[in-house]
Design a protein around this ligand. Structure first.
Ligand code: GLC
Length: 657
């Protein structure tokens, strides 16, 4: 077949041929995608033979059971045994016996019960169940665990090596509870910070995310099969951070070339690090170059079965998102042959898992799903479980890390280092920072004494709500940290700055904050203003009470995204973007306060991971106040002057992304 006829056969796809002599071995590569991304998993003939042998001995019901992933709130260990369940998960806010304060021992005991049940079936070869959890900033579902800054803050650190260390520490926390699969890292390349999941993204810079994806997967997976390794998850495939107006689960409108270049970047890094699982995105994709509306990713055979598996060579397992299949036209939570035929291997069906098994068995028997697709899915699931070491011993059996790794001094110091590296100094007029340690300081703001607001969503609960500071026993709020460093007698507190004479103090530290949220609940729906004070007027009111009194005001903002804050910045002498720092408030005081010598003990190194909006609308419209990469150090004094403040809230023009 000549090259011309090959091109005719394969259409616009590019034929990658090494040389004329290799014409016969030309691979057809659809233009924008890289060719096979090196997977570090060496071909293991013995392992593959073992997989084939196990699959060959399984009934259809056992195979479909392996592809089923219920939530622990709706499945018992005996269900796992009777229905051959392959995986379980605890969604945000699910704990053993639904007790938020469950101990590490409680988690271990439940893990062992599920594991033993999965190994007590009537199958010829027992297949261990694998437990997945959202450990997205430390083991954040577990009471007492040290939480790291959310990804947006880690992106400000520009430190891939730190990511690997955090991944390693997180894996040890997860393994200490008998769990062997973390649904992390999120590799979204967020284009519009209206999205409620912006803080789960490291940056709008694809290249940073590529390096971070590789580092975090290496940290989490470590030596696959060891007692401190967890399976990592590259998520959410593909384009979750590119939806129009940043709508959660919305439509990503871009060319396939840009999808590959921008949104695929993190996956190339994760695949290079041999990531074993990929989670599919709720979003949909419309190719603006060809005009093709591909629809929901959970039904996209071209990008899941084609590009991810065939083109990029991913040989691990693809898991759906929480009831994600129901958003595919014609599907329900418990019935979606389209998703399985598209290449999804495991279905996260938290509650309706019995119906899912029954309808999917029927789909195979009626030919709607070919058995070859089922066998491929089960092959991938068992391959990953063998690689993870799960077949060798219960994840609850020793050796595994002990409970001390949840909040050891080493873990807390690591998180404190990450907090320091995540803070971005946007203003420091007249060298107000670092604050000298003499005299009294007034700390203002409800969030200054709130671990829930300091940690954000995905913290003990899904939304980070219905929790109190007392639910974080091994943690420091910013207020507690200030008192630890300066002594309680020199640090007063006011929730809102009312009824206090600011002139009695050397300085005011004011904390403004978003309330915790996760996913769509955090969307700033277009055309609502991106200005922080438009959503949180009480923060501006509190700042008005304490600023302009001749006492320096240092404002610290907890936010899951860049927000327009010129009005707050104008009322502050120094302004720090702190993102969502997690449990280690001392990482903030490390930078706000001078050391004992009177000089700065640490310096600001954080740089903005996203453009920072100037006004009510998106940066590409209202312009941006600070560009991605901006960040002051203590030596680079600023004199910002008065920044423009819109007198009225603009009605934002439609945004292109
Ligand atoms: C959520 C999220 C996903 C998470 C999953 C399990 O809806 O989209 O990131 O891993 O459900 O909690």
């Amino acid at each position: 077949m000549t090259v011309v006829s090959k091109v005719r056969k394969h259409g616009p796809k590019v034929l990658l041929c090494l040389s004329a002599t290799l014409l016969a071995s030309c691979e057809t590569v659809s233009a924008p995608w890289p060719s096979r991304v090196a997977s570090a998993s060496p071909a293991d003939a013995a392992l593959e033979a073992r997989v084939r042998s196990i699959v060959a001995g399984m009934t259809l019901e056992q195979k479909i059971g392996q592809m089923t992933q219920p939530d622990i709130r709706s499945v018992t260990p005996d269900d796992v045994r009777r229905f051959y369940i392959g995986s379980i998960l605890n969604g945000g806010g699910a704990w053993p016996a639904m007790n938020m304060h469950s101990s590490v021992g409680d988690w271990l005991k439940l893990s062992d019960a599920f594991y033993r049940a999965s190994m007590s079936t009537d199958m010829p070869v027992q297949i261990p169940v694998v437990w997945g959890t959202d450990a997205v900033h430390g083991h954040n579902n577990v009471y007492g665990a040290t939480l790291f800054p959310h990804n947006i803050g880690l992106g400000a650190a520009h430190d891939p090596q730190l990511m690997e260390r955090i991944g390693r520490a997180t894996a040890e926390q997860v393994r200490a509870t008998g769990i062997t699969w973390a649904f992390a890292p999120t590799l979204a390349v967020v284009q519009n910070p209206r999205w409620g999941r912006t803080y789960e993204s490291y940056s709008s810079d694809p290249e940073l995310i590529r390096g971070y994806g590789e580092a975090m997967v290496r940290g989490l997976q470590g030596q696959l099969g060891s007692s401190t390794s967890v399976l990592a998850t590259a998520k959410h495939w593909l384009g979750d951070g590119g939806t129009w107006h940043g709508v959660d689960r919305g439509e990503t409108r871009t060319s396939e070339a840009n999808l590959a270049r921008t949104h695929g970047a993190g996956y190339y890094g994760a695949l290079r690090a041999n990531v074993q699982t990929v989670m599919v995105s709720y979003s949909s994709f419309t190719d603006t170059a060809s005009g093709q509306a591909w629809g929901k990713m959970h039904g996209n055979a071209h990008l899941v079965g084609g590009v991810l598996k065939q083109q990029l060579g991913f040989d691990g397992l693809v898991v759906s998102d929480w009831n994600g299949v129901e958003e595919v036209p014609g599907c329900t939570k418990s019935h979606c042959p389209q998703a399985i035929n598209a290449g999804i291997d495991m279905i996260m069906v938290p509650d309706d898992w019995k119906q899912f098994i029954a309808t999917t068995v029927d789909d195979v028997r009626s030919g709607r799903i070919p058995m070859s697709r089922i066998d491929d899915a089960v092959t991938r699931i068992i391959r990953v479980k063998l690689r993870s070491g799960l077949f060798d011993a219960s994840p609850a059996a020793d050796p595994h890390p002990d409970a001390s790794v949840m909040h050891s001094q080493a873990v807390r110091d690591l998180s404190r280092e990450a907090v320091r590296k995540s803070l971005v100094l946007l203003k420091n007029d007249n060298g107000v920072l670092p604050l000298r340690r003499t005299g009294k300081v007034l700390v203002v703001g409800q969030a200054a004494d709130s671990l829930p607001m300091q940690s954000g969503g995905w913290s003990l609960t899904w939304q980070g709500d219905n929790t109190r500071t007392s639910d974080y026993p091994n943690a420091d709020t910013l207020l507690a940290a200030m008192r630890k460093k300066l002594g309680s007698g020199d640090v007063d507190y006011s929730a809102d700055g009312s009824n206090v004479d600011v002139r009695r103090y050397n300085a005011v530290v004011f904390v403004a904050a978003e309330k915790p949220y996760a996913e769509g609940a955090g969307d700033i729906k277009f055309p609502a203003s991106m200005r922080h004070s438009a959503r949180y007027p009480n923060d501006l009111a509190a700042l008005d009470r304490v600023s302009g009194k001749g006492v320096p005001v240092v404002t610290v903002l907890y936010s899951g995204r860049p927000v327009a804050a010129n009005d707050l910045i104008n009322r502050s002498d120094a302004f720090v973007a702190a993102w969502l720092p997690g449990t280690e408030g001392l990482g903030i005081t490390d930078l706000l306060l001078a050391g004992q010598s009177g000089n700065a003990a640490y310096d600001f190194t954080g740089k903005l991971p996203f453009d920072w909006p100037a006004g009510d609308c998106m940066p590409q419209h209202g312009g941006f106040q600070f560009a991605r990469g901006y960040g002051l150090s203590l030596s680079s004094s600023s004199n910002l002057g008065k920044l423009p403040e819109a007198a009225v809230t603009m009605v934002c023009p439609a945004e292109s992304r």
